[in-house]
Design a protein around this ligand. Sequence first.
Ligand code: URA
Length: 241
Amino acid sequence: MRLDKLLAHTGYGTRKEVKQLITSGVVRINDEICKKIGQAVKIDSDVVTVMNQPVFYQEYYYYILNKPAGIISATEDNYHETVIDWLGPDFSYMELFPVGRLDIDTTGLLLLSNNGQLAHQLLSPKKKVSKRYEAEIEGIVTEEDIEAFSQGLDLEDFISQPAQLLVHSTDEESNRSWIEVEIWEGKFHQVKRMFEKVGKKVLTLKRKSMGPLELEEDLEEGMWRELTEEERNALVPFGYE
Ligand code: URA
């Protein structure tokens, strides 16, 4: 890999800033000052330092964001703040994108990565990756609804696969239910449309898990963290290397 590309991909600035860094003589390869912008670097064996600090190259990055409401699952948008804007400019060199979509008002687990292969696998309908959501519902969710979800619902343009619906609690007075639903596909507005089909409305929706990844309670809304080694290993069947 070219030296300027390596430094740009490890967060040392834009290509222009990186060029200035190299020509200023603070970059060394195997202890020798290197001022050649396009110098070839062997990622696996050369030791590159900037101001005596070693440079660690990573091809792929993986983050879990607890997405807040009000931002969209996209990389850029003319009208709305995106999940990538939310992370801020320090992350731009990673070229992350959201793996899948959550609606603007949906909160919870969103995987951000720059690994396109992995995203493709996790989102492939063939892989039947589980997604678990918690929701507050307007209406009282009944045994019939649970049965209808388990059979699959005719949503006009497609019939949903069987989904597992669990009622945590209901309140007749306020006409509310608190539920958990697990689906193994991910069509646009799927959970909302499934509830609409049984005459109810999703008031809040939060994703709790996606495949082997779980959102833990202590990751506050709006916060993110890198995947743990255990989580990365759990993604091996989906192309994590
Ligand atoms: N289903 C929905 O309706 N919305 C989401 O954001 C995710 C699943």
